[in-house]
Design a protein around this ligand. Structure first.
Ligand SMILES: Cc1ncc(COP(=O)(O)O)c(C=O)c1O
Length: 352
């Protein structure tokens, strides 16, 4: 079996950290020359195509799931329970890759603005067999997830929002080591800045920690997708937790981490899942110029940040890390009648 870069660099971790191969990696990189031209910059803009992490269902969550599903299997669980908005990409990734590894998925879903994307994901969650539980508020969903249902749901792996646990973070530490290999072999230049969406914090946590484990001077800029700054305390704790796992390797005993990430709310718009004008422009440009499909919640806001920075003369090379699945499941979704879903979800297809 081919080892992930993390185990190539730190072989002692092979015995310590659960992992199963799910990814089709390395994911490709390419220069976005058409976009550069249209936004009128001489600086290089590159993309890392994590939409292609898997042929079943790609995107950033798959990198975390290599570690998390392995952990659930090692603990002999039969299902994974997790939370998300109605259109959760994380929930869908968990359901599809869980099913491929004989794990059922139980999803605690909470309200978010209803878009075509949300409706499609709801149908897909149903199609791939998720046990879908709807709560009117996050508080209620959290209560069931954290306390109430733990008694009745034995044999469950309780996975926090977005799969952002210390173990899940290792997915993006691994991703940065993969990127380092690509830089070393000359596939792309060393980026000055990486742009990444920030939701449940796991992805940026892994990137910042990963960058510091390399000798790259690249910095990561996190685009917050809702108009409140995520608690940096939680982010730092997540990183420290991941580092403790890594320090099971004697190679890292003396390694210390200093936060180098930057977070911005400049592109978040008025709420989670709320479409922004800049995001809509970014989606159009990405599709027309580079054949890249963005989602309105995460990646459109992030590329909007890249475009704005480029127009304002930000120095490159800039790496836009694309995190949205591109496996087209619309035929499956279109074949599902929403009335087959549990009745509590019907209103999301009939209103508006
Ligand atoms: C497409 C996409 N990009 C980025 C993110 C954010 O990643 P994280 O939750 O690790 O911050 C998500 C989270 O669901 C996502 O679906």
């Amino acid at each position: 079996m081919k080892h992930p870069p993390l185990f190539e660099v730190y072989p002692d971790l092979r015995e310590q950290i659960p992992w199963i191969p799910i990814l089709s990696t390395p994911t490709p990189t390419r220069q976005l020359t058409n976009l550069q031209q249209v936004v009128n910059t001489n600086e290089e803009i590159w993309v890392k195509l994590d939409n292609l992490t898997s042929e079943k269902y790609g995107g950033n969550k798959v990198r975390k799931l290599e570690f998390l599903i392995a952990d659930a299997l090692q603990q002999e669980k039969h299902q994974i329970a997790t939370l998300g908005g109605l259109g959760t990409n994380h929930g869908l990734a968990t359901t599809i890759h869980g099913q491929a590894n004989n794990l059922a998925t139980r999803l605690y879903l909470t309200p978010q603005p209803i878009t075509t994307h949300v409706r499609m994901n709801l149908k897909l969650l149903y199609h791939f067999g998720a046990d879908m539980i709807y709560s009117e508020t996050r508080r209620r969903a959290n209560f069931r997830f954290r306390f109430l249902d733990r008694i009745s749901q034995r044999g469950t792996y309780w996975l926090p929002l977005g799969g952002s646990t210390a173990l899940g973070v290792l997915g993006y530490v691994n991703a940065v080591l993969e990127l380092l290999n690509q830089i070393t072999t000359g596939e792309l230049p060393e980026p000055r800045l990486i742009y990444i969406p920030v939701g449940s914090l796991g992805t940026i946590a892994g990137i910042d920690l990963g960058l510091q484990l390399t000798n790259l001077s690249t910095k990561v800029k996190g685009i917050c997708v809702a108009p409140h700054l995520p608690p940096t305390k939680s982010l730092n704790q997540l990183i420290e937790g991941a580092l403790r796992l890594l320090q099971q390797s004697p190679q890292l005993t003396d390694f210390t981490y200093q936060p180098r990430y930057e977070l911005t709310m400049d592109y978040s718009g008025s709420g989670y899942g709320v479409v922004t004008d800049a995001g809509t422009e970014a989606s159009q440009l990405a599709l027309e110029l580079e054949a890249i499909q963005l989602d309105p919640t995460y990646t459109a806001k992030t590329l909007a940040g890249v475009i704005d920075a480029a127009r304002k003369g930000e120095k490159g090379p800039i790496l836009y890390w694309h995190t949205f699945n591109s496996v087209d499941l619309s035929t499956i979704a279109n074949s599902i009648d929403y009335q087959d879903l549990p009745s509590v979800f019907h209103r999301f297809f009939t209103n508006g």
